[in-house]
Design a binder for this molecule. Sequence first.
Ligand SMILES: *[C@@H]1O[C@H](CO)[C@@H](O)[C@H](O)[C@H]1NC(C)=O
Ligand SMILES: *[C@@H]1O[C@H](CO)[C@@H](O)[C@H](O)[C@H]1NC(C)=O
Ligand SMILES: *[C@@H]1O[C@H](CO)[C@@H](O)[C@H](O)[C@H]1NC(C)=O
Ligand SMILES: *[C@@H]1O[C@H](CO)[C@@H](O)[C@H](O)[C@H]1NC(C)=O
Length: 374
Amino acid sequence: MDRRRRAVEVAAAAAAVMVLLLLPIVPAGGARRDWGFHPPSSFVGYTEPNTKPDIRNSGQSFVFNYTLAKAIVEYASAVYMTDLTALYTWTCSRCNDLTRGFEVTCIIVDVQNCLQAFVGVDPNLNAIIVAIRGTQENSIQNWIKDLIWKQVNLNYPNMPNAKVHIGFYSSYNNTLLRPAITNAVRKARKLHGDCDIIVTGHSMGGAIASFCVLDLAISFGSDNVHLMSFGQPRVGNAAFASYFAKYVPKTIRMTHERDIVPHLPPYFFFLPQLTYRHFPREVWEHDVDGNTTFQVCDGSGEDPNCSRSVFVLFWSASDHLTYMGVKIEADDWSTCRIVMGQSVEQLGMSLASNIATSGHSVDVVIADHSVQVD
Ligand SMILES: *[C@@H]1O[C@H](CO)[C@@H](O)[C@H](O)[C@H]1NC(C)=O
Ligand SMILES: *[C@@H]1O[C@H](CO)[C@@H](O)[C@H](O)[C@H]1NC(C)=O
Ligand SMILES: *[C@@H]1O[C@H](CO)[C@@H](O)[C@H](O)[C@H]1NC(C)=O
Ligand SMILES: *[C@@H]1O[C@H](CO)[C@@H](O)[C@H](O)[C@H]1NC(C)=O
């Protein structure tokens, strides 16, 4: 056992060295091609049931809905916006297009941990939307380097053998996010009935969204609960992935072309019990002969023909920042410092006076001294 653990560490170190060598040469964006959209006609669908015994697949045929995914990526992008007033009035520069008419019911800001989320109701989709932003401090490159070293080191409660990374889990469980989101969803359901709950997030926000959606599925039942994450890292081991697939079968994990983040922390197929493993279902946005396609991957979570087919030396940080043509990154990398710059009381007061003049009620939950997470 110890020797195998050692092997994981050595392999992780090797992968780390490769990625560290790689990062400086990753193009910083700008040279990206213009993604044309060729929706439904260009779908490539794989709907084969899972071939790996440790992941249960519901077996239902799987349909990727382009319009729905486009609306959700817009939410995942909007939650990065720093102007909270523009967010809760839904007037921010990213708050239009397919998400028009969205009614924010709760905005959550955890200053200390640099976390932000909102909950609201989309009348067009007839769904409660939960969007979570990640902790990316001020440099996505540093955050990516950090990902290589993460180990599965926490037993997920009430799921034998399921292990996850404690930092990702704590960002949801031990901060304001868990109670505030659960409460906001409960409240929205009281008003809107048993409508769908769609949880989304990008990058670290996608990792947190995974824990959030699992928690909501356990509380509210799996039928109405959906996850659509964008460029999320792996969060747990194979046992965790199989529980996840059972509790949240309505999951789409979007990956984009050569995005590096879904490759991390590393997956070692030769060490199935010790390594991280993605849950299904990946949908890989990639270019085929100049056409953007959305490849629905197999039910294993680690389809070798989807983003895993990209060789390590081609992994890219810039492909992490655009999904479905939508820019999905912070509008200001120093966000957390800015929020900290003005006192939380000040922020709260200014928001409160704005809320009083807006039409509907919005809960704003702000904390500046929650538990520190890694
Ligand atoms: C895709 O989603 C949109 C928005 O929810 C919906 O209006 C449309 O009917 C869906 N299309 C299919 C084929 O399910
Ligand atoms: C998760 O949160 C619950 C409730 O706050 C707490 O009792 C538990 O210890 C937390 N789990 C971890 C692993 O921190
Ligand atoms: C790409 O799009 C062009 C024009 O729409 C089409 O003729 C071609 O067959 C497509 N290629 C693939 C691989 O789908
Ligand atoms: C991957 O693609 C190859 C050829 O395109 C095919 O033979 C193989 O069955 C595919 N594997 C999976 C797991 O889909």
